[in-house]
Design a protein around this ligand. Structure first.
Ligand SMILES: [Zn+2]
Length: 165
């Protein structure tokens, strides 16, 4: 057999991996609350930081966090990236923005999509608010928040969120 085309060194094939996530008690409480359009974190008894979503312990102090704190669905963009590469899982018009947002009342950022303005208008310090799915689609999932959109509030000065950047 001839080998005129050379050796095959690689192939492209679709793959799919499914996970079953078993939440701990802190995550369960968070997921039950988000099903009611409430964002509930936990506050560290030692350093007072509020974690959303909660993990049941403070990563800085190493102590359990039991006190629950409800935070706003408004927040501040602390960093972001403009996505120009299509993804099978995200059917948004390119380019779109993935941002780290610190919710009002929380001390840790989480990643979310930004819509409602051109990608080149997104900036650090910009004020945003969650856009929720319709009430009849709510469930115990972060997917209840479709994305965040800009709101008509002044940008937050760097000094107030620099530790999250
Ligand atoms: Zn702490």
């Amino acid at each position: 057999m001839s080998d005129e085309q050379g050796p095959i060194t690689g192939i492209v094939t679709p793959t799919r991996v499914e996970y079953t996530f078993t939440p701990g008690s802190a995550s369960q409480r968070f997921l039950r609350a988000i099903a009611q359009k409430r964002l509930v974190g936990q506050q560290c008894p030692s350093c007072s930081k509020v974690y959303v979503p909660p993990r049941g312990a403070c990563p800085r102090c190493g102590v359990p966090t039991k006190k629950e704190v409800e935070v706003s669905d408004k927040g501040t963009v602390v960093t972001f990236s403009v996505v120009r590469v299509p993804s099978q899982n995200i059917q948004l018009e390119l380019p779109y923005v993935a941002a780290h947002i610190v919710l009002d009342g929380a001390d840790i950022a989480f990643q979310a999509l930004i819509q409602g303005c051109p990608a080149d208008e997104v900036r650090m310090g910009m004020r945003v608010q969650a856009v929720w799915v319709p009430d009849d689609e709510l469930g115990p999932t972060f997917e209840n928040i479709r994305w965040f959109e800009p709101i008509d509030e002044p940008d937050v000065p760097y000094e107030q969120w620099k530790e999250h950047a």
